[in-house]
Write a protein that binds this ligand. Structure first.
Ligand code: ATP
Ligand code: ZN
Length: 794
């Protein structure tokens, strides 16, 4: 057949479509229609027809060029249907980052690209166009020609655009039940047989006068509807606002004169260097040594040079205290990014960054992707924190992305910690990072606190299950001196549950192999994995005994106990439950800062970043719970957490004390935390890692397979292990398959394989082979997750 070879010049775009599959994990060519040609840029989102049905899907333009196409090629190409943006939403750097990421995280390219966009742009939204006179049009209501015309007018600045999430209208709405009339409800007769209904009624009566959140309610929506229909309850909606009040009411703050160690670190970080010679800096500074002050001054330095800065902190420590310090220094040049913001707020901050108005971005993990141009420095505080690793696809580590971005910009990268991760410290020892040290507290009058271990095995205290006499007496002593106390309850892998005293039955989640957690405020049992909620049984479901007891030590329970043991004491509690609402964090810390409570009791949440001069005692109620987890980083995590929380004591001129209650006083992680000896811990732990071939001596990749039928999960896991053995060298160690420590969640059985390796040329190929398995029809119910350098083993 004759195919004309003299072609036509046509504009063709390379597009990654939003169909996360192995076969579609590459750019597809689309013709750019003439009328769109002037509007289209690389980095924009478009709608394109895809597949045999030509269903419209979203895509991202990653390249475009003029090509000579013959008729045959033209007839085989589809055309772009619609442009979604008026300017690129992804920069050239971000497109490059997505490519680099694809090879490291074994996730699809489209997932990498989407990770770089604010979620509003990935969700169902509408655009609103406005002209100068304020007249507005909704994109969804325009004709195709109008859409093109409007895009042109946006480009020539005649119209402005804002995005509006269709589903939520950009507002967060929370619903509550309120009871208008107590008497009416009380007198309402419930049919005898309707047991649940009667339970709900008495629940409502107990909560009269309160706003009862509908979220996590232990009763079905049918029950709610019934009472609504009888006019016995009402639903109230509360709109959570999109505007941020953070920037108001922050006093400005002047730089402090750096001490010798601080200035030496500062000078090394900012010194002139060839971009090729730049290495990441590891700033190892004990708690309270003034790392944050160094960060602030390094950032100032680069701002003065007309550059920008990116500052990452762990989500959990993105407390007002830290954000305030940045706002106080840099005012409205700061953009804040964290998960507490609504999609609308995140989008607003993103725009502030994209437009160049924000020069300093302070944020949690995902802020590493923010589209700041002209970066002078990237800082990762508490670099050892596992929350820098994303636990869902794409499973990236912010540190790895930071290294790439720093390279692209020729920017400095500073990793800061009092207890660096073994990986980073090992790199510093090899000379891949430059090690900078701060060994003294910045405040001249402050010293590291005295740490004491309380051996709980020899503590018999009939008055309390949670407190040794020593700790209790110390708490009393500090309170009597008008000083403040921080108490930490390490809840990792441990929480309160309900058990029958007669038969030992523990109430478990019907979907997951794990006991349900008791929540006293809602009087429910909740599953922390799948979100299942149920009421607390009055009798044992197994033996009908009435001896149902509550076990474990949630923060709520400890608070109750403490209130019984001490008189006239105000306790503030900080945990997931008390910080759900907006700015709750801030309110609690402000109260504590003003001295309105003597004790701050909380989970890991209180271990980081807090700087309260009046705190002279830190008590760790249970140091052990993290130690025995089936995770090779268990000791490292426990050590880091103890060092971190101990660092909250004695930060000003009053001497600090720390008491650590433990059942494992001989464990090296606890002993060395007492001695506050990072160096010794590093050596001990490195020996252990070496002998067991764990990171940083080996790299790791975890493959997790899930299926609703356990046998299928096992069988497929063996198939995958065989496939890996076929590709990888004998030097690679392939462990498993084994069942996950929590073997079933969401009604799925999980099996895992761990690969430990040093150099494997065919690793990517092998893992792509594993991913391809999921595309086979017979495997359509099989879930396979690949996690490079996994941080989470439970
Ligand atoms: N050069 C300095 N002169 C006087 N005070 C300083 C100086 N640098 C820091 N400080 C003060 O010392 C205290 C501890 O400093 P900072 O919070 O920066 O330490 P950090 O190392 O970041 O602490 P952590 O890691 O424990 O959270 C703060 O109150 C800070 O204002
Ligand atoms: Zn569950």
């Amino acid at each position: 057949m004759f195919i004309p070879s003299i072609g036509e010049k046509m504009e063709v775009a390379q597009i990654i479509v939003d169909v996360p599959l192995m076969q579609t994990d590459k750019p597809f060519s689309y013709i750019i229609p003439e009328e769109l040609a002037a509007l289209i840029e690389v980095g924009m989102r478009v709608h394109v027809p895809f597949g045999s049905g030509n269903r419209l899907v979203q895509g991202i333009i990653v390249g475009k060029e003029e090509e000579n196409l013959n008729l045959y090629e033209i007839s085989n190409l589809k055309a772009i249907n619609e442009v979604l943006d008026s300017t690129s939403v992804l920069t050239e750097e971000q497109l490059w980052l997505a490519d680099e990421m694809r090879h490291r995280v074994f996730s699809y390219k489209i997932s990498c690209l989407k990770a770089m966009l604010p979620s509003l742009l990935n969700s169902n939204y509408d655009k609103v166009y406005r002209d100068e006179a304020g007249k507005s049009w909704y994109h969804s209501q325009l004709t195709d020609e109008e859409k093109i015309d409007f895009s042109k007018r946006v480009r020539s600045d005649q119209l402005t655009v804002t995005y509006l999430a269709k589903s939520k209208e950009n507002r967060k709405i929370e619903k509550y039940i309120v009871i208008p009339d107590h008497k009416k409800l009380a007198l309402f007769e419930v049919e005898k047989r309707a047991k649940k209904r009667a339970e709900f009624k008495s629940f409502l009566l107990r909560h009269f006068g309160e706003k009862i959140p509908i979220k996590n309610l232990a009763f079905s929506s049918a029950q709610v509807k019934f009472f609504l229909a009888q006019d016995l309850i009402k639903i109230e909606e509360v709109v959570v606002s999109r505007t941020q009040a953070v920037f108001e009411a922050v006093e400005s703050d002047e730089p402090k004169a750096l001490n010798r160690e601080q200035s030496s670190a500062f000078e090394k970080i900012v010194r002139e260097q060839n971009p090729e010679d730049l290495k990441p800096f590891l700033l190892e500074g004990i708690t309270g040594s003034g790392k944050t002050e160094v960060y602030l001054q390094v950032i100032s330095h680069f701002l003065e040079q007309g550059k920008t800065a990116l500052m990452l902190v762990p989500e959990i420590s993105l407390t007002p205290q830290i954000t305030h310090r940045f706002i106080a220094r840099f005012g409205d040049k700061v953009a804040i990014m964290h998960s507490g913001l609504s999609d609308g707020e995140k989008y607003d901050e993103w725009l502030k960054i994209k437009s160049g108005q924000a020069k300093v971005v302070v944020g949690a993990r995902s802020a590493i992707f923010s589209p700041v141009e002209n970066l002078g420095v990237i800082i990762i505080d508490e670099e050892h924190e596992s929350s820098y690793k994303q636990d869902s696809s794409p499973r990236y580590h912010a540190r790895d992305i930071a290294i790439l971005r720093a390279k692209w910009h020729g920017a400095r990268l500073v990793l800061g910690s009092a207890t660096p991760s073994l990986e980073s410290r090992a790199r510093a020892m090899k000379g891949n990072y430059e090690l900078l040290r701060l060994t003294k507290r910045a405040n001249e009058k402050a010293f590291l606190p005295d740490v004491q271990i309380v051996d709980m095995r020899s503590q018999i205290n009939d008055r309390s299950a949670n407190f040794s006499n020593v700790l209790l007496e110390k708490v009393k002593e500090k309170i009597s001196k008008n000083e403040q106390v921080i108490l930490m309850l390490n809840r990792r892998g441990y929480s309160s549950f309900v058990m029958c005293r007669d038969c030992g039955f523990v109430v478990e989640c019907p979907n997951c192999d794990i006991s349900l957690t008791l929540h006293m405020d809602t009087r429910t049992l909740n599953c922390h994995y799948c979100g299942h909620v149920q009421g607390i049984p009055q009798t044992c479901p197994n033996c009908q005994s009435k001896k149902i007891r509550y076990y474990g030590s949630g923060t709520q329970k400890v608070q109750e106990e403490l209130e019984g043991l001490l008189t006239d004491v105000n306790i503030l509690r900080m945990d997931v439950d008390t910080t759900k609402t907006k700015n709750a964090h801030e309110k609690i810390l402000n109260k504590f800062g003003r001295g309105e409570a003597q004790i701050l009791l909380g989970t890991q949440m209180i271990a980081k970043g807090l700087d309260f001069p009046n705190v002279t005692l830190v008590g760790v109620i249970n140091a052990d719970t993290g130690l025995n987890l089936p995770d090779f980083r268990a000791s490292e995590r426990s050590f880091q957490l103890l060092m971190q929380v101990a660092g909250r004591a004695g930060r000003a001129d009053k001497k600090g004390e720390v008491l650590i209650q433990t059942f494992n006083p001989e464990h090296y992680a606890i002993k060395l935390a007492k001695e506050q000896d990072y160096e010794k811990f590093y050596e001990t732990e490195m020996r252990f890692r070496r002998s067991l071939s764990y990171p940083p001596y080996y790299y790791t990749v975890q493959v997790m397979l899930s299926h609703k039928v356990e046998e299928v999960a096992i069988q497929k896991a063996y198939e995958v292990a065989d496939l890996l053995r076929h590709y990888l060298s004998p030097q690679a160690k392939i462990l498993g398959p084994t069942a996950r420590p929590i073997a079933r969640t969401h009604n799925l059985y999980h099996y895992q394989i761990l690969i430990k390796y040093r150099f494997e040329n065919l690793l990517e190929e092998a893992l792509n082979g594993v991913l391809e398995l999921t595309q086979r029809r017979e495997n359509k119910d099989l879930r396979i997750l690949i996690d490079s350098e996994p941080q989470n083993f439970i």
